[in-house]
Design a protein around this ligand. Structure first.
Ligand SMILES: Nc1ncnc2c1ncn2[C@@H]1O[C@H](COP(=O)(O)OP(=O)(O)O)[C@@H](O)[C@H]1O
Ligand SMILES: CC(=O)OP(=O)(O)O
Ligand SMILES: [Mg+2]
Length: 383
């Protein structure tokens, strides 16, 4: 089945045309691309239509579309066929994922306009985290105070984390369902997940993708009283949203959210870049140590996502904090130039054999997982 996968991020849309019938290691990429979102909503619709038209012109109409949807709330625990009701629910959850959900709903409507009747499937980042127990997902605040949606930790990046675990399990030759891992998905958005016996038991993102790690432009964990102080000093809710979602994180510490630029600054000794690497890696190391407890001892720590896969500096800085717990980096294997040491799935080990826990780099492939889920829901995965 030829599935067009649409993966809208906060600032861009990644799209892949995949053939799910191919290859033992996964589905084949027939075409892929990325567009940067325009700020204005009208232009967004136009750029979306152009992407779909370009795919149709060069490859013909796909058999189905698979969408990555960041927030599925409490309603969606597995992939679903897209209907008008589903689109409305995804839009209503947009208050909890303002950088992502509206884009998914826009993609679904643009595709339905251009290709009426073409099957569309929504695959949710939140689904994998439905196994998190109440003691880890419940916030100690009154339930439902002022909120349209249940107050709890939903967690995100589940599509990426689930597939990284599946791939790592093959690499480590573990039995199905038996993997204990701590998975750090570090891209523009970043989160870390505790996986026990193949199921998510805790994750650093929360009710929204703002909690947890220091991200490209998002603050991650902070004292919630800071929000009250800002409001008290005259900021509006939208000012606070802009500050915490768009102007914080690495950007606020180093003046850029791009880890490549930060790494260059770090090696020059630029204080902002040094602080950004220290603060972001320290936050991740704290979570890894805590989640090692949550999973009852990990079989592996996994780095994935744009930074996790490509930044030797970020991985080395994180493991340095974890050295007192016996984690040991293999400096040669960790070098990005050594990425060709990986197996054919692109997985490689960057820790020494003496390390308390093996540390792996596993390529993130959300598009492969979404294409597979789409074909599977539509009953065509055997074709
Ligand atoms: N070679 C590299 N070295 C360091 N960082 C990199 C490299 N390539 C990409 N990145 C980082 O990966 C980030 C994007 O990751 P990605 O997972 O694609 O993000 P998202 O899906 O959240 O938009 C960029 O911010 C960039 O800093
Ligand atoms: C949930 C999230 O932050 O996604 P991304 O990393 O793709 O922006
Ligand atoms: Mg991403």
């Amino acid at each position: 089945m030829r599935v067009l996968v649409l993966n809208p991020g906060s600032s861009s849309l990644k799209y892949h045309l995949r053939d799910t019938a191919c290859t033992p290691t996964g589905n084949a990429v027939l075409h892929s691309g990325q567009l940067e979102w325009a700020d204005d909503q009208e232009d967004r619709g136009g750029s979306l239509r152009r992407v779909l038209q370009e795919v149709e012109r060069d490859f013909g109409r796909p058999d189905a579309i698979g969408h990555r949807v960041v927030h599925g709330g409490e309603s969606y625990t597995s992939p679903v066929s897209v209907t008008n009701d589903v689109i409305a629910m995804i839009r209503s959850l947009g208050t909890l994922a303002p950088l992502h959900n509206a884009s998914s709903a826009d993609c679904m409507e643009a595709a339905a306009d251009l290709w009426p009747g073409l099957p569309q499937v929504a695959v949710f980042d939140t689904s994998f985290h439905r196994s998190i127990p109440d003691f880890a997902s419940r916030y100690a605040v009154p339930e439902n105070a002022y909120m349209a949606h249940p107050i709890r930790r939903y967690g995100f990046h589940g599509i990426s984390v689930e597939l990284a675990c599946r791939d790592a399990k093959g690499f480590l030759a573990k039995q199905t369902g038996s993997l204990n891992a701590v998975v750090a998905h570090i891209g523009n958005g970043a989160s870390v997940t505790a996986v026990k016996a193949g199921r998510s038991v805790d994750t650093s993102m929360g009710m929204t993708p703002l909690e947890g790690l220091v991200m490209g432009t998002r603050c991650g964990d902070l004292d919630p009283a800071l929000v009250l102080l800002m409001l008290g000093e005259g900021a509006t809710a939208s000012d606070v949203d802009d500050i915490l979602n768009h102007r914080s994180g690495l950007l606020s510490l180093a003046g850029t959210a791009d880890m490549r630029t930060i790494a260059a600054g770090f090696h020059r000794g630029d204080p902002g870049a040094v602080l950004a690497v220290q603060a972001s890696s320290y936050r991740l190391a704290k979570y890894i140590a805590a989640y090692a407890m949550a999973v009852g001892g990990p079989d592996a720590v996994i780095f994935t996502g744009g930074i996790g896969e490509n930044s030797a500096l970020y991985r080395a800085a994180t493991l340095e904090w974890l050295r007192p717990l016996g984690y040991a980096l293999d400096e040669d294997a960790n070098r990005d130039e050594d990425a060709n040491q990986s197996d054919r799935t692109g997985i490689r080990t960057v820790s020494t054999t003496a390390s308390a826990v093996p540390v792996l780099v596993v390529p993130s492939d959300e598009e492969r997982a979404i294409a597979e889920s789409t074909a599977s829901l539509l009953g065509s995965d055997k074709k």
